[in-house]
Design a protein around this ligand. Structure first.
Ligand code: ADP
Ligand code: MG
Length: 272
């Protein structure tokens, strides 16, 4: 059977990087927006397989399918809503969400990453080469990266409430395109960047979103307490990763975040 074109598919979800379409019974196709993101789709496939083998809460993964030149991955269709929209509708859930994210993340970091996943340090070094990273930040970031540790754990790289689907008491982690092999502290540092300050698409310009900052700090505090309850972190480990990951995120080209990311990167990398 010839494979369908995008126009014939029914869209059931969308994010900044991908669109999700209904596929066979109980399955969806996560199709990257960019035709050049095949290797991220492959990373997601490998990470989802490893997560599934180890019983981590994530959709089951099936075949790779390209549609209209865009790379995609067929996976289990999950019901329920993402925790970000849940939280915007029921703000008191903020107190639940932090601990859920912290426990999920700590459990994930018990999993040894498959060797086929890229090492995060190599991945970050590559992102720092982007034209969107100013030369001084690139140089300081690459230097700081040399002193950061390797790791062997499953790194999700995008853990935030918009990437956790909830149905009743069941929580599943989606959106594994950034998956890598890494020091878990790097994943915690990345989640802090996202929880506290990522621009939230669909919620208007960046400036008015700043009123949410105290709530976001509360969310991060709940996450961090729950994480530390289950896993130890070396002192200063997340702090060391933070400016380097902020510099690497510049490559994601999010104009609303650029000033903040540059501030975090330049302050943290001073003297590096
Ligand atoms: N396995 C799935 N089952 C059902 N809906 C999904 C699934 N994966 C993603 N979605 C929906 O699509 C949206 C975007 O998916 P995501 O993988 O997070 O893409 P992006 O990388 O663009 O953020 C999610 O917020 C969710 O609503
Ligand atoms: Mg997402």
């Amino acid at each position: 059977m010839p494979s369908p074109g995008v126009a014939e598919l029914k869209r059931v979800g969308a994010g900044r990087e991908a669109e999700i379409f209904a596929w066979d019974e109980g399955r969806v196709l996560r199709l990257a927006r960019s035709p050049f993101h095949g290797r991220y789709v492959e990373r997601e496939r490998i990470a989802l397989k490893a997560a599934g083998r180890c019983g981590a809460p994530a959709p089951a993964v099936y075949e790779r399918v390209d549609v209209d030149g865009r790379p995609g991955l067929v996976m289990e269709r999950l019901s329920g809503h993402d925790m970000l929209s849940g939280m915007l509708l029921r703000p008191w859930e903020l107190l639940l969400i932090g601990p859920v994210l912290g426990s999920l993340h700590a459990a994930l970091h018990e999993i040894r990453a498959p060797a086929e996943l890229p090492d995060l340090r190599a991945d970050v070094a590559e992102r720092l080469q982007s034209d969107l990273v100013p030369a001084d930040v690139r140089e300081a970031g690459l230097h700081a990266l040399e002193h950061l540790p390797d790791g062997d754990r499953l790194y999700h790289g995008d853990l935030h409430p918009g990437n956790v689907l909830r149905r009743g008491r069941r929580f599943s982690l989606i959106d594994w395109k950034n998956a890598a092999r890494a020091d878990p502290a790097a994943d915690v540092a990345r989640t802090k960047l996202l929880l506290v300050g990522a621009w939230i698409p669909g919620l208007g310009p960046r400036l008015p979103q700043l009123v949410l900052t105290p709530f976001r700090l509360l969310l991060y505090a709940g996450y961090r307490i729950a994480y530390r309850h289950r896993r130890r972190l070396r002192d200063g480990a997340t702090k060391a990763w933070r400016p380097v990951l902020a510099a690497a995120r510049l490559a994601e080209d999010i104009p609303q975040e650029r000033r903040r990311l540059l501030g975090i990167a330049r302050r943290g990398l001073r003297g590096a």
